[in-house]
Design a protein around this ligand. Structure first.
Ligand SMILES: Cc1cc2nc3c(=O)[nH]c(=O)nc-3n(C[C@H](O)[C@H](O)[C@H](O)COP(=O)(O)OP(=O)(O)OC[C@H]3O[C@@H](n4cnc5c(N)ncnc54)[C@H](O)[C@@H]3O)c2cc1C
Length: 409
């Protein structure tokens, strides 16, 4: 163990998304000195929310957090007021043309969270402890004093910071990744050719909430020709008044089939576009769209991907995690779960170096190898899932159908 007199190992994390925050919790729990640099000026600057299912990585996730935080997790759940038995801890998928159930996959221990509310929860202690440095947009990376010196970060406002280790958790269009690849084009994410749309609606009617929960109490997936949809409760609050609850529905489709007009990517125009182009689904799924009131939060974007590949990790001092390391499509809900695995492995790597005297270069060569192999496979698989999901004839070939929602590809 590190002696109390030994200076703490300094880790700089770029990005206060779920990955960066989770890594920070794990590192602080284990006595590392952590600072997170985030380009947003405050939490809530980008209000877009979505829901994330955490299942196979749940035990790793909770291990990185304090007991108090784990006890507060219900605050982040889309619906904390369910009896979490095997039927709730599953995902059901339907034929959107006929309304027939196609399959139900078990997801034992799974919980669906709001990305915004989980982020708020993870931020709470870190903000109080002064770990987050808002309004810091990473611009440069330099090695100081050769391969064993610190790494110097430069931000757009001219401020600099030196750290022993730097972790890029800055998402799909990671600046740190770009710097690691020294500006090579291969570091840039690419557009996937698939749109993702999401609306969050308050129906104001308990019976409509019951209708949303009927196909599945947490998440129902719908396959219709040319698109995939999903629906569920977004925020079951207050628990005893369903007229106040919000729901979400999502839709994924190919850009080559239908282009979203440039001025219809968010807000009312996005909702109008989705209403006009989403017709004829079987009951109750069509109603979820038709019941959505004007003014509901609605977004459409073409999803980007980045398949992991090896890079020079600057003598084992700089690496990546989360979407910065592997940006995949949301099929089988794998992105954040791989981020949780990254966070766990990143902490293990630093512990091996600090507490067991392991060689930094060897340890991070192994971290990167695992992350790159796992990430590349998961990204490519998510693209293949997307292709297969667009046609009811090929849905049966999806990994989701053949192998379920586990980590294996
Ligand atoms: C609709 C949808 C559904 C999903 N469903 C699931 C699911 O069911 N299960 C699952 O496991 N995963 C799911 N995912 C994936 C999951 O949401 C992501 O993998 C996860 O949120 C990624 O977090 P991140 O912190 O790596 O990246 P981000 O959330 O993108 O965070 C990156 C942060 O870095 C900051 N940043 C960027 N550039 C800079 C810079 N230059 N300087 C400083 N800061 C910077 C950004 O402002 C941001 O705060 C889903 C994703 C989507 C979009």
């Amino acid at each position: 163990m590190a002696t109390p007199e030994a200076p703490k190992v300094k880790v700089a994390i770029i990005g206060a998304g779920l990955t960066g925050l989770l890594v920070a919790h794990g590192l602080r729990k284990n006595g590392f000195d952590v600072v997170i640099f985030e380009r947003e000026r405050h939490h809530g600057e980008r209000p877009r929310d979505w829901s994330i299912l955490i299942h196979w990585a749940m035990p790793l996730f909770t291990k990185l957090l304090s007991e108090e935080l784990v006890a507060s997790l219900p605050e982040a759940l889309t619906n904390a007021h369910l009896t979490f038995d095997a039927s709730v801890e599953s995902i059901s998928a339907y034929n959107g043309s006929t309304g027939e159930l196609i399959f139900t996959n078990p997801t034992p221990g799974a919980r669906r969270v709001s990305r915004q509310r989980l982020r708020a929860l993870l931020l709470r202690d870190l903000q109080d402890a002064g770990v987050i440095r808002w309004d810091k947009h990473l611009a440069g990376l330099e090695e100081q004093g050769g391969e064993d010196g610190p790494v110097k970060l430069t931000f757009e406002d001219g401020e600099t910071y030196e750290a022993d280790y730097v972790l890029g958790a800055d998402g799909v269009a990671s600046k740190l990744r770009e710097l690691l690849f020294r500006g090579d084009e291969v570091a840039k994410p690419r557009y996937s050719g698939f749109y993702f749309a999401m609306a969050v609606a308050r129906y104001g009617d308990p019976e409509k909430i019951d209708a949303v929960m009927k196909p599945h109490p947490v998440t129902a997936i719908v396959f219709a020709n040319d698109c995939v949809g999903g629906s569920g409760v977004m925020h079951a609050h207050p628990p005893d008044d369903k007229s106040q609850w919000t729901v979400f529905w999502v839709k994924i489709w190919r850009k080559s089939i239908l282009v979203t007009p440039e001025d219809a990517t968010y807000g009312q125009k996005a909702l109008d576009f989705l209403r006009a182009t989403t017709k004829g689904l079987a009951a109750p799924f069509q109603s979820f769209i038709d019941w959505t009131p004007d003014g509901s939060d609605t977004y459409i974007n073409e999803m980007r991907v980045w398949a992991s590949r090896p890079f020079d990790n600057r003598g084992g001092r700089v690496t990546l995690a989360g979407d910065a390391a592997h940006a995949m499509l949301p099929y089988r809900g794998q992105g954040f779960q791989h981020a949780i695995l990254d966070a766990t492995k990143y902490l293990d790597a630093l512990l091996q170096i600090r507490d067991a005297g392991a060689n930094r270069r060897d340890v991070f060569a192994a971290y990167d190898k695992d992350m790159v192999e796992r990430g590349e496979k998961a990204v490519n698989q998510s693209l293949k899932e997307a292709e297969l999901s667009m046609d009811l004839e090929t849905v049966g070939q999806m990994t989701m159908v053949k192998k379920g929602h586990g980590p294996e590809a």
